[in-house]
Design a protein around this ligand. Structure first.
Ligand code: NI
Ligand code: MN
Length: 225
């Protein structure tokens, strides 16, 4: 499996013909170097919650790639008139797709969708456990530290992606505790440095994380396992 970090919370997941992007925040992301047309052959798009830096370019990418969007029921409803393919899930639900298995996990956060008509209700924010070919990853979405993460330890997660930027989500110290709860083999820090209020040093997380190995990815870098 190949995981490519595109800055903020955006991660591309590739395993055989499966090519997914999680929380595609490209065109509005000040740290992004890519054009949407650079992202090709996507089969799936995962959206953890309704905030603009996570829904991001989902609609346009879904159209360009004819990719299936997987997100919670409320965001699915919001996207239902946009002419794209959608699969609605919700917190705690697990589903077997043709490529593998997905479970939506809880996140402590908000999920409002900002539109021209005001803020729409975006359901509960979440994260995703994605298993393909016996390789299991966990993208936590935007979340504060929560005891619910202890329920993920028996999942035997290979790679967890945790926000470390603070202010809106866990900071470094909370992400260290989250790592102790989840016990993944590898942690990739995400959701930091995009904006001044979420500045954080991933090397500090790496030093403090004694539970798992930390893999720090620069924007555009990949980790293969
Ligand atoms: Ni958010
Ligand atoms: Mn965010």
């Amino acid at each position: 499996m190949k995981l490519t970090y595109l800055g903020h919370s955006t991660v591309v997941v590739e395993e055989g013909p499966f090519k997914a992007i999680i929380d595609p925040f490209i065109s509005g992301n000040p740290s992004s170097k890519l054009k949407l047309s650079d992202i090709k052959n996507l089969t799936h798009i995962f959206i953890t919650h309704g905030h603009g830096d996570h829904i991001g370019d989902s609609v346009e990418l879904a159209k360009i790639n004819d990719a299936l969007v997987i997100t919670n029921a409320e965001i699915s409803d919001y996207l239902s008139d946009k002419g794209i393919k959608i699969h609605a899930m919700h917190i705690g639900g697990r589903f077997k797709f043709d490529f593998g298995t997905v479970k939506m996990t809880p996140a402590l956060h908000g999920s409002g969708i900002k539109t021209e008509k005001g803020m729409l209700y975006g359901g509960n924010p979440g994260g995703f456990l994605i298993e393909v070919n016996n390789k299991k990853i966990y993208h936590a979405g935007d979340t504060g530290l929560t005891m619910d993460m202890k329920l993920l330890e028996p999942e035997n997660i290979d790679v967890a992606m945790f926000p470390i930027g603070g202010n809106y989500t866990m900071d470094i110290d909370d992400a260290v505790i989250a790592t102790e709860f989840v016990k993944p083999k590898i942690v990739i820090p995400i959701h930091f440095d995009t904006f001044p209020v979420i500045k954080a040093d991933p090397n500090e997380f790496k030093e403090k994380n004694k539970e798992s190995d930390t893999v720090i990815l620069e924007n555009g870098e990949s980790y293969v396992f």
